[in-house]
Design a protein around this ligand. Structure first.
Ligand code: SF4
Ligand code: MSK
Length: 648
């Protein structure tokens, strides 16, 4: 198929059809705590544009069976649902109880989340493999030091070999991990021995991600695994294969290909859009697309074309985790987090929104139909009716050519901007990012030792990872920022990834000046190092950076991860990936606080297992607390209890 045939602009009936229906809307101040989002929600309301908040409110009341996790359609004797009311059915047609149905549903969510992260990881490994063989243009090995360290970790000889040869062997070894027959993952060597022994005893040492996901789908088929405890153990095992396998491969090899993040200053929020430049938003997850598009956007021919059409330049911006990837490595501005994707188009100032995979709302093409924005899909795995599709195969020079074509289309779309519809909020916030584990160690003088010392001395009480999405069930960004402020005020260092990190960046909590909001110990440490009290560690898959850091700290102290004063929190999560993340964080020994109730309350046994029983085995559990102030108190109590046991 030649390149022109790859461009398919399908005119959908909804294209150019703004939604004029009158919608009863909640006040914007109840929907979002972000002033830029509030401004654009007002604009959406005036222009009759429907957003995720409108659709959420229209869904209410949401299905009670779904909320409790009590509906099953795993076979064609169903769909079945368990009615918690006294006279309702208590078993599905096959005899499945609420325990079985809730556990199976949760497992399938873990499988989907783990698959999303790990398929992203596989794409990155495949590009490294092609790069090592010179079969792809536009990519290179940027971090040879990390490449050699990883190869050594995988038992490969690096002496006397070219970077390309090492990269080929490493890519082959990691590709093998996806369906490995050796029965364990190489990255598990990072985990303290005590925890590995525990996983072995319980029978949840993770194998290759492909195998774990297939096994979840097998076990949750009608009439296979009917023991909710046994089911949940497989859920933990598959999630560990994500956290210590697929996600870790995505992070580590992205660093090899695009460079390990270093500390830098960036800009956030919709005020980063420029009134007199071509604005291109890169949205989704994989850095493979965003890195190359942002690279070609600096080419002289494309900049000259932008001048020709009357623009002063080309402004490449990120959104969601693609935004996190390019800000961590290139320092490019991030326009917003999950709930701002529609709002970005509503500014009327976006020439193209380029998307790959994950967290991309199907509504984007409808919203774009009311403005001049082109939605350009690029992955064969994620197509959108009414979007322009430009295939971004990472082979030969096609990725480069596709990237140039995308930027060109955006530039040529600039004259179509309707000035009377343009509203760019003034809200823009500077912040520090790039806190990879290596960059943190460098800032501390070469190792994590000083960080461990300040935790031991009590200068900082512990570390909490705040991660995850936005969800219209929660006032946008409010839970993320309130929880972070409460924790730093208690001298707890906060590390973040994903849309949570973007929320705190926009709120000014990632500036060194935010040290003034921290407790005395953390504040002094931040001033001494010139860093903020809330550190941006990257995208969703980069939670693996946090896991590696936790493992390294535990190994240095000679304890298990579960002994450390650590916690995780997902105050506004919505995606199945977050369910997988929560599961591997708990299985790794870290307490997790959720701000949104997961769909498990239909089974008292599963609820009890995850909120209490699991602690006896894993040394960690889940807690649900929608109020971020009460949540911070719970976390602080947990951290102080851990300190007491450790005797620090
Ligand atoms: Fe109903 Fe059982 Fe089939 Fe589920 S697996 S739909 S509970 S019969
Ligand atoms: S992008 S998974 S909404 S964090 Fe990673 Fe944000 Fe959640 Fe997607």
């Amino acid at each position: 198929m030649d390149r022109d045939d790859n461009i398919k602009e399908q005119k959908h009936p909804l294209w150019n059809a703004c939604i004029q229906k009158e919608i009863e809307r909640k006040p914007v101040a109840e929907r979002s705590s972000d002033p830029a989002s509030q401004l654009l929600l007002e604009k959406a309301s005036r222009e009759g544009i429907e957003t995720a908040w409108d659709r959420y409110e229209a869904q209410n009341p949401q299905c009670g069976f779904g909320e409790l996790g009590l509906c099953c359609r795993n076979c064609l004797m169903g769909p079945c649902r368990i009615d918690p009311l006294e006279n309702g059915p208590k078993k599905g047609v096959c005899g499945a109880t609420s325990d079985i149905i809730v556990a199976r549903n949760l497992l399938r969510m873990i499988a989907a989340g783990a698959a999303a992260h790990s398929d992203h990881g596989r794409d990155v490994v495949e590009v490294l493999y092609l790069t090592s063989q010179g079969k792809i243009a536009g990519y290179a090995i940027k971090d040879e030091k990390k490449l050699k360290a990883l190869a050594t970790e995988f038992g490969l000889e690096v002496q006397g070999k070219s970077p390309e040869e090492i990269a080929r062997q490493l890519a082959e070894a990691i590709l093998d991990e996806f369906g490995t027959r050796k029965g364990y993952l190489q990255f598990l060597s990072r985990v303290p021995q005590k925890r590995r022994n525990l996983w072995e005893t319980v029978g949840i040492t993770p194998r290759g991600i492909d195998r774990e996901i297939v096994e979840i789908m097998h076990r949750t088929h009608i009439g296979v695994d009917n023991d909710y405890v046994n089911l949940m153990l497989q859920g933990l095992r598959a999630s560990l294969s994500d956290g210590w396998g697929g996600s870790m491969a995505a992070t580590e090899l992205s660093d090899v290909l695009f460079g390990s993040p270093q500390i830098k200053t960036c800009q956030s929020n919709l005020g980063v859009l420029k009134a007199d430049e071509v604005n291109i938003i890169l949205h989704g997850h994989e850095p493979l697309l965003s890195e190359i598009v942002s690279q070609v956007a600096t080419e002289p021919e494309l900049l000259a074309l932008a001048k020709e059409v009357g623009a002063k330049g080309i402004n490449c911006l990120g959104m969601c985790c693609t935004g996190n990837e390019i800000l961590m490595r290139r320092g490019l501005p991030v326009a917003g987090n999950f709930l701002q994707q529609e709002l970005a188009i509503i500014t009327g100032a976006v020439e193209a929104m380029v998307v790959d995979v994950q967290c991309i709302m199907p509504s984007l093409t409808t919203v774009a139909g009311c403005y001049h924005t082109k939605i350009i899909s690029t992955s064969a795995k994620a197509k959108f009716p009414a979007a322009l599709h430009i295939d971004f195969h990472e082979k030969g020079d096609q990725a480069l050519q596709a990237a140039r074509q995308i930027v060109r289309l955006a530039v040529l779309n600039y004259p179509n901007r309707q000035q009377q519809k343009v509203c760019i909020p003034e809200n823009r916030m500077e912040f520090m990012a790039g806190f990879s584990k290596e960059a943190i160690a460098e800032a501390l003088g070469g190792s994590l030792g000083p960080l461990i010392e300040v935790i031991k001395s009590g200068t900082i009480r512990g570390i909490v990872a705040i991660v995850g999405c936005n969800n219209p069930k929660v006032k946008q960004d409010f839970a993320h920022t309130t929880l972070a402020k409460e924790l730093i005020g208690k001298d707890i260092l906060v590390v973040e990834t994903g849309c949570a990190a973007i929320a705190c960046a926009k709120a000014g909590l990632m500036r060194p000046e935010a040290a003034a909001q921290a407790g005395p110990g953390l504040s002094a440490l931040c001033r001494q190092l010139g860093i903020p009290p809330v550190l941006h560690m990257g995208s969703c898959v980069d939670i693996s950076r946090i896991m590696s850091l936790a493992a390294e700290a535990a190994n240095a102290l000679g304890v298990d991860i579960s002994d450390l004063p650590l916690a995780g929190a997902a105050p506004e999560y919505m995606s199945e990936k977050a369910i997988s993340i929560g599961a591997y964080v708990v299985a790794s020994g870290i307490f997790v606080l959720l701000g949104v109730v997961p769909p498990i309350l239909g089974s008292q046994n599963v609820t009890h297992l995850l909120s209490q029983g699991v602690e006896k085995v894993m040394g960690a559990r889940f807690a649900v607390e929608p109020d971020p102030i009460a949540g911070a108190k719970l976390i602080s109590e947990h951290i102080e209890a851990k300190r007491k046991v450790l005797g620090i």
